[in-house]
Design a protein around this ligand. Structure first.
Ligand code: ATP
Ligand code: MG
Length: 342
């Protein structure tokens, strides 16, 4: 029998990460760029497609596809093909010995529909022998061994996923999703900049970079000054207020969802849970966010909010741990279903 390699994958709107039982971990921005014509193919060094950051950097020379939106694979042929190509690419990058049996756990948004999970399964089944789709925030908690009375908040690009973890696999009532995540901050920031500084010229990519460098909430924010061209001339703008407002937009819906998950939990354990809130995902790196959420929780009885240490890999590391602990029966079930379909 061939060796089995387990993989944990975080298939994200903005970034896809993989962690393998062979000790590899790697991440790629969830973008695929397809050559437009023979000139662009030459520009790409003879390649038909490029991935991740390289695709974004070459966006003028390629058809740039971002196949996930709000945590889900977009429902069109181009996006399905791009997810397929992205999975092929990242599994390739993981250098799994050929001939291995691959068992994978893939994280999906907490409230992903049955249809979107089915789409992930069918796309990934081309590259893996058996697959389990698991709630992304649950994977984060599992990876950190926080299995009891914890609230995980996974702040991604497309979705903020919240999950109540209390010693079992989470059920739908343990999870909430809202959409004021990283992409929504970018969109709000761009909207405020256009309104307050109509003369400034900027792209979505520039806005996202500014956010990633300076994102902050709270009253003690250092001034944020950036340079945008105005009619082609580099000009400095103070965007502290706009950035703070765009980032703060995440706090109310997150606190509302947290409070809802706490209030509907066993009253004896509510206090413990509110004191064990864990922030993960790229968006958890907004400076001052834990504090802002704690402040907003005060009116509901307070709470303690902490950040995970490795936001980039917390999802895929956790998914790998779920995979390693999964009984063989579960993997076989998928394999049997596939062979019935064939
Ligand atoms: N330092 C930072 N400060 C604020 N936001 C950041 C920072 N670094 C990355 N981000 C944002 O985090 C988001 C990406 O996070 P993550 O990689 O967890 O998302 P994802 O898993 O791809 O998305 P989703 O979980 O919604 O499918 C992006 O919006 C990105 O701009
Ligand atoms: Mg994610």
């Amino acid at each position: 029998m061939s060796d089995t390699v387990f993989i944990g994958m975080d298939l994200g709107t903005s970034r896809t990460s993989i962690t393998t039982s062979t000790g590899v971990r790697t991440t790629v921005w969830s973008y695929v760029g397809y050559a437009l014509d023979h000139v662009s193919r030459k520009h790409l060094g003879g390649r038909d497609k490029v991935f991740g950051e390289e695709a974004v950097e070459n966006r003028m020379a390629v058809n740039l596809v971002r196949p996930l939106d709000k945590g889900l694979i977009l429902d069109d042929e181009e996006s399905r093909q791009a997810v397929r190509d992205l999975l092929e690419h990242i599994i390739d990058e993981a250098s799994i010995p050929s001939g291995s049996t691959i068992y994978g756990v893939i994280g999906a948004p907490a409230e992903a529909s049955v249809d979107s999970k089915a789409l992930i399964l069918s796309t990934a089944s081309e590259f893996m022998d058996s697959i389990i789709v698991c709630s992304e925030p649950f994977a984060v908690a599992y990876g950190l061994d926080f299995l009891s009375d914890t609230l995980v908040v996974d702040i991604g690009a497309g979705t903020v996923d919240l999950c109540r973890v209390h010693g079992t696999m989470p059920k739908p009532e343990d999870q909430r999703t809202h959409h004021y995540a990283g992409d929504a901050i970018d969109a709000r920031l761009a909207e405020l900049l256009t309104k307050n500084h109509p003369e400034a010229q900027f792209s979505n990519n520039m806005v996202r970079e500014i956010k990633e460098n300076y994102a902050c909430v709270g009253t003690h924010m250092d001034p944020v000054k950036v340079t945008f061209p105005v009619k082609g001339k580099p000009t400095e703008f103070d965007i502290t207020a706009e950035l703070s407002e765009a980032c703060f937009g995440m706090v109310p819906p997150t606190v509302e969802a947290l409070q809802d998950l706490i209030a509907t939990f066993d009253p004896e354990f509510q206090q413990k849970m509110r004191n064990h809130v864990l922030l993960g995902g790229g968006g958890s790196q907004i400076t001052g966010l834990s504090r802002a959420i704690e402040d907003a929780l005060v009116e509901y009885g307070g709470g303690k909010v902490r950040q995970v240490e490795e936001p980039q890999y917390a999802g895929s590391n956790g998914a790998l741990k779920v995979a390693l602990d999964m009984p063989e029966d579960f993997w076989q079930e998928f394999i049997e279903q596939q062979s019935e379909k064939a």
